[in-house]
Design a protein around this ligand. Structure first.
Ligand code: ADP
Ligand code: MG
Length: 697
């Protein structure tokens, strides 16, 4: 299959395949389920399942799985084969409707944040017909949501689907006010995925990469990213071969892989798909990350998805491009041609502005992780302060509405919503600010704080819900108003006035901005433990429960899991550092000192007056450093023991890890990195930063 259009979607049970294979009635029922979430009756489900199975078997599958996204951040699957015994000792290949629609995996080993008592080990998976089934290897994968016995969400998909429902509900109310009769509103997402590729042999020699996904030690190489010669540079042949295979596999799965290029750091790359409906984009991004890792191995490479694999080198993010569109595919964040369309555009824009300001804390939390803490605010990614960039033109328009002034200065009339046409913004003039966490880029917003390893579900769940809340308030206010245009004008004006503090068009990497942001009363929540307490505030719990996205107990569970994950990650990192120091690093330095010392002895024996300055200096320096490393290693271990006394609850523990364990880790690293620079290459137990970053040829 060399033809891309033939290849595209060939491993997906998509609409075209369904149309071809399903009886008309069954096809219609599935389409309805996709459109409005209506349930399939069991007869139809049997027909669909059977047809899906036949198709899967023809395409080499022997098993099926309910594919879901527990709160571990990776996807989970438990494979069942299609075989079913017959009375005469043979088998038939069977797949029933109820197996398609619902599954009951043992949920006891997935994080539940206390939602699932251990005696209720079972969880339920329920088919999400809006995301097509696909074949991976020999397995038919059925995208599903994952819930507890009591119906509480145990995964990332369920709340995302609920949030899409919430924004659909409220956006439709607003659109009706403009006479728009569309049947549904969906948010769309196009995530740009950054990643590193390193040589597999070198990777295998680094326990830190193996256990934690990032380097815990490593001195700066003589050359880093300062020449900017990697960005958009020619792609090396091994990397190109990887990218080609990745693209083909993604296309077969119906994933619209589109752009690929080298990124800023050496060994760093990016892949961007064409945007699609949010929950599908989330599924596709999970599959993309999984395939990147699998295919890299086939090319003797390892794909690092960690947000900060190398200190001192740019980390990896995942820009979340987000917009809202109608069933007809009309983008609601695209300025229109008529005053009427522009009034609607401005109202949706204001809904986003208000949402980002009111729920800055939730947006910050949605990107919080131990890994991403190393990246945010490090002059390579947006700061931890959430703000929005609108561009000069749009900003000027908002200002003129706010001040009752004319826009553009030509005609001296007030900028009146519903009367004036906004100028068309040339698209590329709006995307020159790369330092903003949340930038308007012509017809969508680009949220740039998300880290490369994260699922996109969390951020989009927050965005959808927060914007749904703005839209709800707008609809409540505008519905039934006699003079709609007047009411609309007043509302937009008020929203701009109340929320313009969140708009910042300057350099987000500048320290002056942090001071200014503080003056404006914006939150600056630097780390994961700093921001998580806001997750469960009354305001946020109310938002999620009002829109039926997360109940209070579901929210609490997520809060606990996020904190626990943070502490666990750092704990693993600390233990890995201790292990590496004890078993490899200190012995290596000691051996080098020994060899130097023996060298001095034999040199002196041969020539008593010989100069041994180099050896003596090194022996002295390395001996001192070895002592320091040993002390700091002990100190780190002692700090780890102190966790028990940190106060017990998840927050106190996470704060302890941040304040004490991370500090002890940094100190240990400093001494080790210093020793690395002066130790004979032959003795150093690990590939260096130079090897890792420039080793793929
Ligand atoms: P840049 O590198 O300049 O930020 P890219 O072209 O690499 O831009 O990525 C832009 C991303 O935005 C793509 O994934 C694209 O599909 C996505 N995108 C474009 N329009 C929309 C939209 N309406 N909704 C969501 N995502 C969108
Ligand atoms: Mg981008």
């Amino acid at each position: 299959m060399n033809n891309v259009s033939e290849m595209f979607g060939s491993k997906v049970f998509n609409s075209a395949t369904m149309k071809e294979r399903l009886p008309k009635e069954a096809y219609k029922a599935v389409q309805n389920a996709i459109k409005d979430g209506s349930r399939l009756d069991s007869g139809v489900a049997d027909v669909v399942a059977n047809s899906m199975k036949d198709w899967a078997i023809e395409n080499g599958a022997t098993h099926f799985t309910h594919w879901f996204q527990p709160m571990t951040g990776v996807t989970a699957e438990k494979h069942d084969s299609f075989i079913s015994p017959t009375d005469d000792g043979h088998i038939i290949m069977e797949f029933k409707g109820k197996e398609l629609v619902q599954g009951e995996p043992d949920a006891s080993s997935f994080p539940s944040g206390g939602l699932r008592a251990t005696f209720e080990a079972r969880g339920y998976t329920a088919w999400d017909p809006t995301s097509y089934a696909f074949i991976k290897g020999k397995t038919l994968c059925i995208p599903t949501a994952f819930c507890s016995y009591g119906g509480e969400a145990l995964d990332k998909k369920t709340p995302l689907l609920r949030s899409m429902e919430a924004i659909n509900r409220q956006a439709l109310r607003v659109l009706r006010l403009f006479g728009n009769e569309t049947t549904s509103v969906k948010t769309t997402v196009g995530p740009e995925q950054e990643y590193f590729l390193v040589d597999r042999e070198m990777y295998d020699k680094r326990p830190d990469l193996l256990y934690t996904g990032r380097t815990l030690y490593g001195a700066k190489p003589p050359k880093g990213q300062e020449l900017d010669d990697h960005y958009f540079g020619t792609i090396k042949s091994r990397v190109a071969a990887f990218m080609n295979e990745l693209n083909e596999e993604l296309w077969k799965l119906g994933i619209l892989a589109k752009t690929e290029h080298n990124e800023v750091a050496p060994a760093q790359h990016e892949l961007a798909p064409i945007f699609t409906t949010t929950n599908i984009a989330a599924d596709h991004n999970q599959i993309t990350m999984e395939l990147m890792q699998r295919i890299a191995k086939k090319h003797g490479l390892v794909c690092l998805l960690h947000e900060k694999p190398f200190a001192g080198v740019n980390g990896s993010g995942k820009h979340n491009n987000w917009s809202i569109s109608t069933a007809e595919g009309v983008n609601l964040l695209e300025p229109g041609d008529t005053p009427h369309e522009n009034a609607q555009f401005l109202l949706f824009l204001c809904a986003v502005i208000k949402a980002v300001d009111d729920y800055q804390d939730l947006l910050r939390i949605s990107v919080a992780s131990a890994g991403n803490d190393h990246r945010l605010g490090a002059n390579e990614a947006p700061p931890a302060v959430v703000s929005m960039f609108l561009g000069d033109e749009l900003n000027e328009i908002l200002e003129s509405i706010d001040n009752d002034e004319s826009y553009g200065g030509k005609e001296k009339v007030q900028m009146k919503i519903g009367v004036h046409v906004l100028p068309r913004f040339p698209k590329d003039s709006t995307d020159r600010n790369r330092t903003s966490p949340f930038a308007f880029t012509g017809n969508k917003f680009e949220f740039r704080m998300l880290g490369s390893a994260a699922s996109v579900s969390g951020v989009n769940m927050v965005l959808n819900t927060a914007v749904a809340e703005s839209l709800k308030q707008f609809a409540d206010e505008l519905e039934g108003k006699e003079n709609f245009n007047e009411a609309l004008h007043d509302l937009i004006k008020r929203v701009i006035r109340d929320h313009k503090r969140i708009i910042f068009n300057g350099n987000g990497y500048d320290d002056a901005w942090l001071a200014e942001a503080e003056k404006r009363g914006l939150l600056n929540l630097k780390t994961t433990p700093d921001c998580l307490p806001y997750y469960i505030s009354e305001k946020n719990a109310k938002l999620f429960s009002d829109h039926k996205v997360l109940s209070e107990s579901e929210l609490h569970a997520r809060y606990e899991i996020k904190l626990e994950t943070y502490s666990k990650m750092i704990n693993i990192e600390a233990l890995t550092m201790v292990d590496m120091a004890n078993k490899d690093i200190m012995p290596a330095i000691a051996s080098f000192i020994k060899s130097l010392s023996e060298g001095v002895v034999s040199k002196k024996a041969a020539l008593p007056t010989a100069d041994c300055k180099y050896e003596e200096k090194l022996i002295a320096r390395l001996s001192t450093l070895l002592g320091v490393i040993s002390d700091r290693c002990d100190a780190l271990e002692k700090t780890l023991l102190g966790v028990i006394d940190a106060g017990g609850d998840a927050l106190a523990t996470a704060v302890y890890y941040k304040d004490n364990v991370l500090t002890a880790m940094n100190e240990l690293r400093l001494a080790v990195d210093e020793a690395e620079v002066i130790t004979d290459r032959k003795y150093w137990p690990y590939p260096t930063y130079g090897d890792l970053l420039f080793g793929v040829r």
